[in-house]
Ligand binder design. Structure first.
Ligand SMILES: Cc1ncc(COP(=O)(O)O)c(C=O)c1O
Length: 390
């Protein structure tokens, strides 16, 4: 909550507002992702819009990661289609489904017409094989960049098709972006759909509604309020302050019902989004450095090798560790005033046993700008101490 904000961000968010940023952001995204951009108030709206534009028969099914956010699942349903969850591999070496799992699902189920790849927590999926399968079987590929703006599919130095050496967002027929709270690009809220497949470029898009003024006010105050909560936490005042804000519904919530309709994105959010893109390289370098500190210093038995090997490619939205008895670790860390409880997904597809298994063990360590090198070292040291006593 409020992980990406510093004082500069807070001041900017309170007082900034400039005309024309809406068009500026659109042009920026169209350039960056090479397609037609449509701005939305939430990332989930971009996913729904992509699926609606496809105009698929009612019985169509959409393959998604079994280890995903409820918003993705719900977006497919909201588009009037059926989500099919693809499980992680049994050996749990990846947070994305494998190309083999996708191929098997496509063989068994001819109703699957599109697939959403999300590069969970910023760690890239095997897009080269997935994309090849999609082309061969005429399946629409949607890249969901909610976690992975700035992630790379492959080290540019490697040989192979140059198409895959690029950033996430360079491969799909559609790209969905989220600029919501605690994402890599954090503008409190926002999203965009990029239509990259020219076949769908010229469709008329309906007029979107305006988000209500109360929601806009809550969003504008969100950076300030969450910054204050964080600032006050060590003194013990942060917790009651947070409690009161929640009680009186003054904090903008990421998972509200009713945010699955189409809303336009006001200038204020566009302004913050552009600012975040401007700072992206610096932010990604910081995230990488913090992830490497965790990888180097944490006991290897709670790490996944594939994730460590991907740090250089990843946007490192979070750094996941895998522990039995996670609650005991969360409690232990609290004693050292380390408040980490991010597990991201606790309501994953029940028909995906490997995803369910991971969802019980995963704990996501922060890599955002407010975590310093010293913080990361302390977090690693405390986790190792907990492991020794267990
Ligand atoms: C993988 C993924 N895609 C899409 C979304 C939806 O983004 P938004 O909250 O902007 O609707 C989320 C939500 O966190 C997510 O985790």
């Amino acid at each position: 909550m409020g992980s990406n904000y510093n004082l500069k961000y807070v001041l900017h968010s309170l007082f900034s507002d400039s005309d024309g940023t809406n068009q500026k952001l659109k042009r920026f995204l169209e350039n960056k992702y090479n397609g037609k951009a449509i701005l939305t108030y939430k990332g989930r709206e971009a996913l729904i819009l992509a699926l609606k534009i496809l105009n698929l028969p009612k019985e169509s099914q959409i393959a998604i990661n079994g280890f995903t956010c409820f918003a993705v699942y719900k977006a497919v349903e909201q588009a009037g289609l059926t989500p099919i969850c693809l499980d992680l591999d049994e050996k749990n070496t990846d947070l994305n489904f494998s190309p083999e799992t996708l191929e098997k699902a496509l063989k068994e189920n001819s109703n699957i017409k599109a697939v959403i790849v999300q590069n969970t927590l910023g760690y890239p999926a095997d897009i080269e094989k997935i994309s090849k399968t999609c082309s061969e079987k005429n399946i629409i590929l949607i890249e969901d960049l909610a976690h992975c703006v700035g992630a790379k599919y492959r080290d540019g130095k490697e040989t192979g098709s140059p198409r895959f050496a690029g950033e996430a967002g360079s491969v799909g027929d559609f790209v969905a972006l989220s600029f919501s709270q605690d994402k890599v690009i954090d503008a409190v809220s926002g999203g965009a759909l990029i239509i990259k497949n020219k076949q769908y470029n010229n469709l008329a898009i309906q007029q979107f509604s305006n988000i209500n003024i109360y929601q806009k006010l809550k969003d504008r105050l969100y950076p300030l309020l969450t910054y204050k909560i964080r600032f006050l936490y060590d003194s013990g005042l942060g917790k009651p302050f947070h409690f009161l804000l929640k009680k009186f519904n003054l904090l903008s919530k990421p998972m509200q019902e009713g945010l699955y309709d189409f809303y336009s994105l006001p200038e204020w959010y566009c302004n913050l989004t552009l600012r975040e893109f401007n700072n992206l390289t610096k932010q990604l370098n910081h995230r990488k450095e913090i992830a490497k500190i965790y990888a180097k210093n944490l006991n290897k038995k709670i790490l996944q090798e594939r994730i460590i090997n991907m740090i250089d490619l990843s946007s490192n939205l979070r750094f996941p560790i895998f522990v039995e008895n996670r609650n005991s670790l969360i409690k232990f860390l609290k004693k050292s005033k380390i408040f980490i409880s991010d597990i991201w997904y606790d309501d994953v597809a029940k028909d995906c046993p490997n995803a369910v298994n991971i969802s019980h063990k995963i704990l996501n360590l922060p890599a955002h700008i407010n975590v310093s090198r010293q913080d990361a070292l302390k977090i690693a040291e405390r986790i190792n101490a907990w492991l020794k006593s267990h």
